[in-house]
Structures are given as structure tokens and as C-alpha cells.
Design a protein around this ligand. Sequence first.
Ligand SMILES: Nc1ncnc2c1ncn2[C@@H]1O[C@H](COP(=O)(O)OP(=O)(O)OP(=O)(O)O)[C@@H](O)[C@H]1O
Ligand SMILES: [Mg+2]
Length: 297
Amino acid sequence: MGEYRMLQIEKLTHVYGNGTRALDGVTLAIPPGMFGLLGPNGAGKSTLMRTIATLQTPTSGSIHFGDLDVIATPELLRRTLGYLPQDFGVYPRVSAYDMLDHMAVLKGIAGRAERKETVEALLHQVNLWAVRKKALAGFSGGMRQRFGIAQALIGNPQLIIVDEPTAGLDPEERNRFLNLLAEIGDNVVVILSTHIVEDVADLCPRMAVLAGGRVLLEGAPLALIEETRGRVWQKTIARDELEAHRERYRVISTRLFAGRTIIHVVADGAPGEGFTPVQGGLEDVYFSTLDASRRAA
Ligand SMILES: Nc1ncnc2c1ncn2[C@@H]1O[C@H](COP(=O)(O)OP(=O)(O)OP(=O)(O)O)[C@@H](O)[C@H]1O
Ligand SMILES: [Mg+2]
């Protein structure tokens, strides 16, 4: 194939009917490979995903996939799109095989033999072959998400969007799911939205942080972590000292450990007594970015 396409999002704004500005001038250039979209509840992730998936029309701005104008010709994008919504919702008393077959028909795979081949290959790929005759209604959360990725992969899409796919999965199922994503080819643009920092750290060579409908940060996780070098400090305190520390320092995260509280603080120099420098991780990048934007607000 050898056909590489970038997803270019320019000044995308979405204001819902009730006045909520869910996206506020989002500009992103997303190359082939895994792209992590990290943001807290209400950040605008699903709004952005649904807009790229052509399920809703933005108030303003543009989206291009290669030279394809997504907003002007949504039907062309849909031919090359795989989408796993945050709330896949419908789990009928239909077998995984029959449902996938039905979805392949909708995706335009008309030939019986081709469809059989596609459906069988996908069921093997997501490790649902053994339960292909079982009703989706009886699937566990992890099985449902694996079915969800199977339907998103029908027809070899060049753009795949998965919206918070690992929420609620146990660690083993989460791993299985992330491994499936990691196997998708390097030529495909895969956008993974999540509020779980490790999903991005484990999988994505590029990422952005979205909050309040705006892109707060964009780049390669390793480079972003590198930028925090020497600026993250740790201290173990008693729980009742937390408020005082919040008032004095830029506390970006807190964690309980054996009944005490471990805090991380960002500061350009040593903040004072009891602090030790720590090698920051992507979580520190994320929390300090959110913290800085809250302070600016
Ligand atoms: N249909 C809608 N009508 C009005 N407001 C909406 C609608 N959908 C979302 N919103 C609002 O838009 C903002 C962004 O919501 P969105 O669902 O895109 O965020 P999210 O990042 O996906 O959040 P979550 O992590 O909880 O899924 C929120 O303030 C939300 O309440
Ligand atoms: Mg969402």
C-alpha cells in the first residue's frame, strides 16, 4: 500500500446547543502510528472523536485526512474509518459471528466468501474465535471491547479512533486490548483517547493533553518527560500536613503509601526541607500541565 496520510485538525471549535464550548480552537497534526489523547472527564475527548468520525459537524474549523476534506465529504472518510465509541452500547442476543458479519455487510463487504474470510480472521485476531457463537449480551467487559476493536478493523481502515477503550477493564484484559492496538500497522493513524496515563506511556509515540476543549500540550512522551527533568520533587508527609503543603507549593499529585502521603511538587529549584528530587514520569507531565492550566484560569 505505502500510502501515508496525516490527520490535520485546524482550529476546531464545537459549541453545543446549550452553550457548552466543548472544543475551543483545537489544532493537531496527527501522523500515522498510535496517538494518545489524554484528558480528564469533560475535556472534550469524545466530542473531538465523534467530530473526526463524522458523527457530528463542528461549529467551525477544518479536518483533513491526507487530501480528503472530512467535513465536506464525510461519506469518503467513513469508507476508511474504524471507530470504537466510548459507549458502544448495543449488546444484542446475537452471536459475535453474526453481528460481525452483519457489520461487514454495512461496511460494504458484499461478497460472501470475502466476508467469511474477513470475519473469521478478525475473530481469531481478537481472540474471540472460541466464543464466536455466543451472544454478545453475555460477553464480559473485556470481551466486548475486543469485539469492539474487531468491528473497528473491518475493511482495513486507515484511520482508527478508539474512545476510552480501557476504562473499566481489569489489568489482564487491559493488556490484551492494548496489545491488539499495538499490532495495528504503522501506516494507520490510530487515535486512542483515555484518562489513564499508562495507556499512553505504554503505547503512544505521540500524544496530546486536552482539557477544557483546548490542547494544553503536544509531543512525544519521552521528550515531554525529559522537559520535567530536575523540576519534580517528592516528600512524604502526614495526611494532616497536606493542606499546608498545597498552600506553599505546587503540589501536582498525591498518593497514599502505608498511611502516609507522598506528594510530588514542581519547582525550578529545591523547594526546601524534606524534599528529594525524583525522576518525573508521564504522570508528572500530565498533572503539572493540568495544574498549570488551572492556575492560569
Ligand atoms: N450532547 C451534548 N450536549 C451538551 N453538552 C455536551 C454534550 N456532550 C458533551 N457535552 C459537554 O461537552 C463537554 C465535553 O464533553 P466530552 O464528552 O466531549 O468530554 P470527554 O473528554 O469525552 O469526557 P469523559 O472523559 O467524561 O468521557 C462537557 O462539558 C460535556 O458536559
Ligand atoms: Mg468521553
